[in-house]
Design a protein around this ligand. Structure first.
Ligand code: ADP
Ligand code: MG
Length: 270
């Protein structure tokens, strides 16, 4: 059940200022379908939350969008466009030049996506060197400035440390610095606060929200946590068993949830 009106992604042609337009995205593995016709739009400057239970297909939606779906995944879509460009025909090499540059992703557990044998500084400089062709000095200055911007205390000292020397909250800040250092148009955040304690969670949410306004980055924020959604979402897409069952503004969904699954999500709130 998708709410009718101007936010319905199936209403007409894809508007030019959409950062991400997904229509009819299906992903399956041999013998079974996981995503079954996902429609999703992220407009310039928006923070859109995908909310749904574990196993509903949130991460796969993110990974398919990033061109990072696992081997064996069969992907089909009517439309998968990023800033007006059709992603489906792109080669792996072309996708790579978008990733970390114009579109970036952060994950639930930064330990799995930070390189354990590279220092914090090297990892934040990497996208600058690769995508911006920056020299060592400029990359270092830019990376240090980003590290301070994500409020890592004593950035000069942290710069030369390895991920295992940082707390979970600091590692997530480093991931955010890496993801945003090239000022991407879109950040996909896949449960980035789920592994953190509540106070750190709130700090990271506040930081993400500040940075998106500062940098003009649109965000697709994935979570199973309605409390998080109520904090930050402009628009919400509720996913259930591989389908978006309801979509609307935060007020639409919180004040007048329609789909039985959305109602069940609210009923389960403490
Ligand atoms: P969520 O992030 O909402 O918890 P996922 O997108 O990770 O859910 O996964 C949705 C479903 O897709 C899983 O329950 C699983 O059945 C299936 N799936 C994900 N990755 C694979 C894979 N590599 N091979 C087979 N099935 C997979
Ligand atoms: Mg997931």
């Amino acid at each position: 059940m998708t709410r009718p009106g101007p936010t319905d992604p199936r209403d007409g042609p894809v508007p030019a200022d959409d950062v991400l337009s997904i229509r009819g995205l299906s992903v399956g593995f041999a013998g079974f379908t996981v995503l079954d016709g996902i429609d999703l739009t992220v407009r310039a400057g928006e923070l859109v939350c995908i909310v749904g239970e574990s196993g509903s297909g949130k991460s796969l939606t993110a990974l398919a969008t990033m061109g990072l779906a696992p081997p064996g995944a069969r992907i089909a879509a009517d439309c998968l466009r990023f800033t007006g460009r059709d992603l489906l025909p792109l080669t792996e090499r072309e996708r790579q030049t978008l990733r970390g540059n114009e579109m970036a992703m952060i994950f639930q557990e930064p330990m799995t996506s930070l390189n354990p044998v590279m220092t914090v500084g090297e990892q934040i400089m990497e996208p600058l060197r690769q995508h911006r062709r920056m020299g060592a000095r400029q990359a270092r200055e830019t990376a240090l400035a980003m590290l301070s911007r994500v409020q890592v205390p004593a950035p000069e000292a942290r710069f030369d440390q390895y991920p295992h020397q940082l707390s979970g909250g600091l590692r997530q800040r480093v991931m955010i610095a890496m993801a945003l250092v090239c000022r991407p148009r879109l950040l996909i955040a896949d449960e980035p606060t789920t592994a953190l304690d509540v106070t750190i969670q709130a700090q990271i949410l506040r930081l993400v929200d500040e940075l998106r306004h500062e940098m003009g980055t649109s965000i697709l924020f994935i979570t199973h946590d309605l409390a998080v959604v109520s904090e930050i979402a402009d628009r919400i897409a509720v996913i259930y068993a591989g389908r978006i069952v309801e979509e609307g503004t935060r007020d639409d969904i919180f004040d007048d949830p329609q789909h039985p699954y959305t109602l069940a999500l609210f009923a389960a709130l403490p």
